[in-house]
Ligand binder design. Structure first.
Ligand code: NAD
Ligand code: TYD
Length: 341
């Protein structure tokens, strides 16, 4: 089976490629990645060392490229496209929405169009629970919840989901959309809450908690998400949407306190800062369709997933040092100073 994975050098994509190559002998994977600040080829160094000449190919390129994308599809005759590539951080989308529209909307459109012209038999588009907007204190998102995105990031993802839907209905392209809650695990870039908190705690630096810290997210260990995407690839129904969640609703303060406890740090590191503009209050996912149709449920508890995640970050200090130096540090410092003011 020939797969085109986009954004495979990012957090979830790199976990997905590692998982798929370990689980299946008959795959050839082409990873198309632009290597933005969030993409790191070293996330797949072991895969490159063991599979490069046979089952894994890296292509440095942009999903918006209207020459490269059709050319790859012509050359490799893919059985499926899995679109992980995206600008993925809400705070950055608030600072500058343009790259989000370019990659998440126009890039997805370019992939869908090339897949349609090449007659690709399956297209899995990776999306997020954030497209559903924000919940009150009770209830859960289902696949039928109306889309109501609130940030430039979630609006760009909702737009790409709608394009995927349109390509199914108009052209019959066999598109499946997956929507997942907040992921955590190895290789996550330390701008997102869990790796950022670990990084700050490990340096005894203040941990910025937005607003009152009582916003709720549902947390899922990244391998559970990868197995959900794998199930959607093999067993998903074209035209369907599948939700994945971790059955682990936590306030941000609960998450931060868990990391402080597991790293032996004091709660005095918690620093309340100005809230994120338009901050969604609560996300929660119902995934009964994924269980019924795909046989999928999350396997990792929050406690187990967090223990694995922190152990990975502790064992991979050079990775963390490398990705959070230079431009990253500048971005975080100015963002944090703005919030504190
Ligand atoms: P990430 O930011 O870690 O990685 C994104 C990857 O896409 C990077 O390797 C980057 O270089 C690449 N990329 C960006 N623009 C590109 C372009 N124009 N062309 C080619 N490659 C490009 O993101 P992630 O957290 O791994 O998220 C992967 C996907 O999963 C995204 O579509 C995101 O919306 C979705 N998702 C993420 C979460 C989460 O909690 N992280 C939850 C649900 C869904
Ligand atoms: P984040 O990891 O950015 O994911 P998302 O915005 O996609 O849910 O944020 C998770 C939650 O943590 C969200 O409610 C915002 C909050 N947050 C903080 O309180 N402090 C931080 O430094 C960050 C990055 C996030």
């Amino acid at each position: 089976m020939h797969l085109l994975v986009t954004g495979g050098c990012g957090f979830i994509g790199s976990n997905f490629i590692q998982h798929m190559l370990a689980a299946h002998d008959d795959l050839l994977i082409v990873n198309l990645d632009k290597l933005t600040y969030a993409g790191n080829r070293r996330n797949l160094a072991e895969v490159e060392a063991s599979h490069l000449d046979r089952r894994y190919f890296f292509v440095h390129g942009d999903i918006c490229d209207q020459t490269l994308v059709p050319e790859l599809m012509r050359q490799f005759r893919f059985d499926a496209v899995l679109n992980f590539a995206a600008e993925s951080h809400v705070d950055r989308s608030i600072n500058d929405p343009f790259p989000f529209i370019t990659t998440n909307v126009l890039g997805t459109q370019n992939l869908l169009e090339a897949a349609r012209k090449a007659g690709i038999p399956r297209f899995v588009h990776i999306s997020t629970d954030e497209v559903y907007g924000s919940l009150g204190p009770t209830g859960q998102f289902t696949e039928d919840t109306p889309l109501a995105p609130n940030s430039p990031y979630s609006a760009s993802k909702a737009s790409s989901d709608l394009l995927a839907r349109a390509y199914f209905h108009t052209y019959g392209l066999p598109v499946i959309v997956t929507r997942c809650s907040n992921n955590y695990g190895p290789y996550q870039f330390p701008e997102k809450l869990i790796p950022l908190t670990y990084l700050m705690a490990s340096r005894n630096e203040p941990i910025p908690v937005y607003g009152d810290g009582l916003n709720v997210r549902d947390w899922i260990y990244v391998l559970d998400h990868c197995q959900g995407v794998e199930a959607a690839l093999f067993r998903g129904r074209p035209g369907a949407v599948y939700n994945f969640g971790g059955d682990a609703e936590k306030t941000n303060l609960q998450v931060v306190r868990t990391i402080l406890r597991l790293t032996g740090r004091d709660e005095s590191l918690i620093s309340f800062v100005a809230d994120r503009p338009g901050h969604d209050r609560r996300y929660a996912m119902a995934f009964t369709r994924s269980t019924a149709d795909l046989g999928w449920t999350p396997a990792y508890s929050f406690e187990d997933g967090m223990a694995r995640t922190l152990a990975w970050y502790q064992a991979n200090a050079p990775w963390l040092d490398e990705v959070q130096s230079g431009a990253y540090r500048q971005f975080m410092d100015s963002w944090y100073a703005e919030r504190k003011a």
